[in-house]
Ligand binder design. Sequence first.
Ligand SMILES: *[C@@H]1O[C@H](CO)[C@@H](O)[C@H](O)[C@H]1NC(C)=O
Ligand SMILES: *[C@@H]1O[C@H](CO)[C@@H](O)[C@H](O)[C@H]1NC(C)=O
Ligand SMILES: *[C@@H]1O[C@H](CO)[C@@H](O)[C@H](O)[C@H]1NC(C)=O
Ligand SMILES: *[C@@H]1O[C@H](CO)[C@@H](O)[C@H](O)[C@H]1NC(C)=O
Length: 372
Amino acid sequence: MPQSYEVGNHSSPWNPRTWSRRVWTILITAIVVIVIVVVATVVGVNATRNNNNGPSGPDPNRYPNYTRLDYTLADTYSGTTFFDKFNYFATWDPAGGFVHYVDPEYDARYNLTVATASSAIVKVDTTVGPDSEPDASTGRFSVRLESKAQYGPGLFLFDVKHTPYGCATWPALWLADPNNWPQNGEIDILESVNQATTGTMVALHTTAGCTMENIRREMTGAAGQADCHNATNGNTGCVVNGPPATFGKEFNDAGGGLVALEWRNEGIRTWVFARDKAPLKLDGTTAANPKPDPSTWGPPLADFPSTTCDVAAHFRNQSIIVNIDLCGYLTEAVWGSSGCSPSTCQEFVANNPSAFTDAYWEFGAFHVYRVQ
Ligand SMILES: *[C@@H]1O[C@H](CO)[C@@H](O)[C@H](O)[C@H]1NC(C)=O
Ligand SMILES: *[C@@H]1O[C@H](CO)[C@@H](O)[C@H](O)[C@H]1NC(C)=O
Ligand SMILES: *[C@@H]1O[C@H](CO)[C@@H](O)[C@H](O)[C@H]1NC(C)=O
Ligand SMILES: *[C@@H]1O[C@H](CO)[C@@H](O)[C@H](O)[C@H]1NC(C)=O
């Protein structure tokens, strides 16, 4: 039965035996509050120490350890079977382009992909004009290919012989999980628009919580927007801009070169080497490099360290994607300053098939390595 412990006769206020239930309740509550405050303070101080995004911002010296990893060849795209390892993305363009991404039947009819022993070519149609049937009044034929295989972290080597360029083009070589975007992330390795005179735009696109703000990075490219979140500034992503020689005519005139992506939990880095400066043998088809070691290659073009971006949590399940979009959000945003045509981007695409003769990718082999 509830009862009072108050005896009320011989008691001193300091004798606990004489305290009322109310006094006990107040005392215990006070002790609990003190314990909670002390624990919270200690945990809070430690969290601030361990998390470099605490009130004082990231530790400017924090940097991941990109130590050598032991890579082993896991997959090769080469020769006349190069395209067998891709699916055709043949539906409306989510990037708002003035393009018809073809299926295999239309690819064969318009000859948009060609694989030989030493090269794989991906083209935009250069035959359809205003008097053709069908014409290009609703968009020009092009190709978007997505690798059937989906990859986890690894080293991806691309022998790139020619990058597409020209007014109205928006080509890209990138990785993404199209069915789980942006949850599984996107890594843009080579991307440019129009005449491609300003180099490649390397970029990551993620859900919230992956940024490159105020952190140490070691790279030769120029940092653009730091927040990788797709919802920031209309999916701009976190961007690194390469010099002109990393895309377009200047890159092609040097014979193309080696384009590399190292994706690991410590961070994501990309390199673009002119062919005669490549640290590896590029013979077009075979895996001439059994043990590539990016830790000997010098600073990358783009460095996205894991300092304030949990790479393992933001990137999974990536397909290799090759496409050439036409017009679309990014291209049209800069159309007015591109030195292209007085017409609109879409009129240009519809009426000028011969303007797309440089709008093709030519690849040697792709090699995908994984850590053993
Ligand atoms: C990086 O990791 C490697 C291998 O674990 C280790 O040998 C090296 O000392 C580390 N370097 C730094 C700067 O911590
Ligand atoms: C397709 O393109 C390739 C390379 O440009 C060329 O060699 C071949 O003759 C073309 N085939 C047809 C049917 O147009
Ligand atoms: C960003 O991704 C979310 C899904 O997480 C989507 O709803 C939203 O439309 C995307 N925003 C842009 C600008 O891509
Ligand atoms: C990877 O993609 C495949 C195919 O879209 C899907 O079935 C699978 O659930 C994905 N895995 C993850 C971890 O998202």
